[in-house]
Design a protein around this ligand. Sequence first.
Ligand SMILES: [Zn+2]
Length: 370
Amino acid sequence: MSVKKKKKIQLHKAAPVLAATAFFLTAGAFPALAGDTVYVNCDVLRCRSTAEIRDNNIVSNLYYGEKLERVGSSGEWTAVMIDGKKYYVASSYLTTEKPSAKSSSGVQTSSGTGSSQQADGAQIGLSGSYRYAEFSKINTGKAVLYKSQSQNRKNKTVCVNAGHGTSGGSSVKTLCHPDGSPKVTGGTTGAGATSAVAVSGGMTFADGTAESKVTLVMAKKLKEHLLEQGYDVLMIRETDDVQLDNIARTVIANNNADCHIALHWDSTSSDKGAFYMSVPNNSTYRAMEPVASCWQQHHKLGDALIGGLREAGVKIFSGGSMEMDLTQTSYSTIPSIDIELGDKVSDHSDATLEKLAAGLTAGVNDFFGY
Ligand SMILES: [Zn+2]
C-alpha cells in the first residue's frame, strides 16, 4: 500500500527586503564601518563607482585574493577605499579570511608566489564558470595579462585579439548564437546557418602574407602603445597558434577585460580602407541577449576606434562600419568590436602598422573618456 503525496505549490509574497535595499542604495544612507580588511573571493570582481549593476559604472576589475579596505556595507553592497577613493563591490564575493592560492579554476598566475592576484604575465584560460563557456569547443590555450608600468595607470584592461591563428579551428563548428538561432547576415558563413567554423584561417594578402601573421604583429604593436598609455592588456594570442576559438576568446575577454578589440583585414582587393563590423539592424538579433544589452556599447567603441584611425590619417571605408552578424558580437557582454584595418591589397609595412596602432590607441582613449 502506498500513499502518493501531492506537491503543494507555494506562492511567495513579494519580499519586503527590496525596500530596504533601495534605502541603502541612496548615497547618504550607506552605513559606515570602522574599516577592516576583506579579500576578493572570486576570479574577477567588478569595482563600481555606485552601488548598483550598470554598464557604465565599472571602474576596474579586482582579482582573486586582492586585499581591500572595507569602509561601509548595505548588505548587498560593500564600500571599499582604493587609492583614497570610495568604490562599491558586491558583498557576496568578499571574505574576511585571506583566501588560499588556488589552481582549480581557469585563472592561473605564472608567478607561483602564493598570491593569486592576477600579476603581470598571468595566464588566463577559459573557466567553466564563465557564462557561455560551454559553447566553446577549442579552449586549451591561455590568454596573457600584461599590467601597465606607466605612472599614469588607467585601471582598465583592453583585450587585444589577433584575429585567426588557431590550427584546426576551421574543422570545428560552434553555435553562431547562444540561443541557437540562425545568422542574420552573410560573412565567412552564410545567413541562415546556426553554426559556423570555430575560428577561420583568415585570408592571404596579395603579396602572399597570411592575415594571421599581420594581425599578430599588429596586436603586439597595439599592446605596446596601450601599456605606455596606462592600460593593462589582455593578449589573446602572442604566437602563430593559440588553441582558443572565437567563443573562448570572447568569453575570456568578457570576464577579464573592459573592452575587446579583434584585429582583422578584410578579404576584398580594393584597398577600401578601415571599418568595423557593426551590429546588424535586425530587430530579432538586437533583441537577443547578450546583444540586446550591449550593442550600443559595441558601436560606441567602434565609432571611437574609427575616429582615432581617421585622425591618424588612416583611410576609412564609407561610413566606417559594415553590418555583420559575428560570433564575437553574439557572445560579448563587454564593449566588443571586430575591426578590419584594410584588405588584401592594403599596405602592411611596419610604418603603416605603427600608424594604425597609434590611431587605435587614440580611439581607446576617446572611448574611455581620456
Ligand atoms: Zn580576419
